[in-house]
Design a protein around this ligand. Structure first.
Ligand SMILES: Cc1ncc(COP(=O)(O)O)c(C=O)c1O
Length: 456
């Protein structure tokens, strides 16, 4: 690293300032998505090219081909933007470059613990919940599957982390798990295809709890796991978590709730709203890079059984010896070396406070309602489901000259807004999810005019 002529901090900050300015100016005009982007082929050179060459190639070849997913009109998947405070905090994360594997050498682990405590308070969860920041909801779901597996093993006298799972008898139940949860079950050795599908209530993706009760009663496995949703990614449906938790207690099943974005609903209707019962879960997944609008990547895994999580992930080696009282994060998650991703979360919670975050959730849900109302009133489009949070689910109606899939392709091709496909009750659908702090009413109006234009 020494042979390069290195830029000074002043030079880097000057370059960064210019980059920030041109990025901000471009957000309104840049294509929201860049599907045809191409990276020029280059061989790895022997000679150092240096900082200036990198900078120049980035701004001429890479930056113009990046998407505006950080802007207010990217509504695919469930995508947050990086809010300004979190963006600044994330720059500091890189500057200080802490390794938050264990405490003892810095305050970084305390910041992560406090950020998790604040999230527990933000979502009105009981104080017993502890956790760890992850790379996202997928990694948190992996921890959910592994902790559940450890618990299932303990019911059969098997320490799965130590002895492996070959003798484990564990059955997993779920109605509409997110694809990442299915992947997590595979990674945990519980099987992508072997979980038991519980029927949904009619016209929703929410679990039929009577069928869950029946299936749990019939199950002979000593280890039982229920994966519930708050909310599902397509229908924004919430399982009846109070009933599910009650059944889990009766049958000694581990309850994992994927609340990647739906847990933020709690800020709208409180602990007695649609997420009621999530506080009874054994473990919870949530994502901060979604509706908390911190930069990628940042999810959170919470559990009321940190000792089970620690038994699952414990790492022991003399050179990692740790004499702090609190559990080290490297023994609560997948990685040993870990980014200080807690800082942007801590900074966001501090700077915006509960009220600021709630106001953001309210703005996005109002924007979703406005689009849904327009679609419901239009003859060219069909609202497939009442919008009950931040996702608008719709299709082309019979009078539209395009079918739903080609309509979505044309909409995204135009580059003004970006939405993603879905399937609702067997029908092709367009999903439009609002979760970015930058989205304004004018963006919704632009989407409406795009949809009207395409239908003509
Ligand atoms: C309910 C749910 N769970 C899990 C995920 C996966 O999240 P990530 O991409 O952060 O891993 C998503 C992403 O949209 C989601 O909506």
């Amino acid at each position: 690293m020494q042979s390069l002529s290195l830029p000074t901090f002043a030079q880097m900050l000057g370059a960064l300032e210019l980059e920030c300015q041109s990025f901000n100016l471009s957000l309104d005009t840049r294509r929201v998505s860049n599907p045809g982007s191409i990276l020029k082929r280059r061989e790895l050179s022997d000679e150092p090219a240096g900082f200036e060459v990198f900078r120049q190639i980035f701004s001429t070849e890479i930056a113009p081909q990046l998407s505006a997913s950080n802007g207010g009109r990217y509504w695919g998947f469930v995508t947050g933007g990086a809010n300004p405070v979190a963006t600044y905090a994330d720059w500091l994360v890189t500057l200080y470059n802490q390794n938050v594997s264990k405490g003892g050498d810095s305050v970084a682990s305390d910041v992560e613990r406090q950020a998790i405590e604040w999230l527990v308070s933000l979502f009105e969860l009981p104080a017993g919940f502890e956790g760890v920041m992850t790379t996202g909801a997928t990694a948190a779901n992996v921890l959910g599957a592994m902790a559940a597996r450890q618990y299932a093993g303990s019911r059969q006298g098997i320490d799965v982390a130590k002895a492996g799972y070959k003798d484990l008898d564990c059955t997993v139940f779920s109605a509409t798990p997110h694809a990442s949860m299915v992947k997590a079950l595979g990674l945990a050795g519980l099987g992508q295809d072997t979980w038991v599908k519980v029927a949904c209530q009619s016209d929703t993706e929410a679990m039929d709890t009577q069928e869950l009760a029946l299936k749990l009663r019939q199950c002979t496995s000593p280890g039982k796991v229920v994966i519930a949703s708050a909310a599902t990614v397509t229908g924004t449906d919430f399982d009846d978590l109070v009933t599910v938790a009650q059944l889990c207690r009766e049958h000694q099943a581990w309850l994992h709730v994927d609340g990647a974005f739906g847990i933020f609903e709690r800020l709208l209707t409180g602990a007695a709203g649609r997420t009621q019962g999530i506080e009874l879960a054994d473990s919870i997944t949530l994502d901060c890079h979604k509706w908390l609008n911190v930069p990628y990547d940042c999810g959170v895994f919470l559990t009321r059984h940190p000792q089970t999580l620690c038994a699952t992930c414990n790492v022991d080696a003399p050179y990692l010896a740790n004499d702090e009282q609190a559990r080290p994060f490297m023994s609560l998650g997948i990685e040993n070396s870990r980014r200080f991703r807690a800082l942007p979360v801590w900074a966001t919670l501090l700077a915006y406070g509960k009220q600021g975050i709630k106001a953001q959730i309210q703005r996005n849900t109002a924007q979703a309602s406005a689009l849904a109302n327009w679609i419901a009133a239009s003859s060219e489009y069909e609202l497939l489901k009442p919008c009950n949070l931040n996702v608008v689910l719709f299709s082309a109606s019979a009078s539209n000259k395009h079918d739903t899939q080609s309509l979505l392709a044309k909409l995204n091709e135009a580059g003004q807004v970006f939405m993603t496909p879905g399937v609702w009750q067997g029908r092709a659908a367009i999903r439009c999810a609002f979760s970015n702090w930058r989205t304004e009413q004018a963006d919704v109006e632009l989407a409406i005019s795009e949809l009207a234009r395409l239908a003509k």
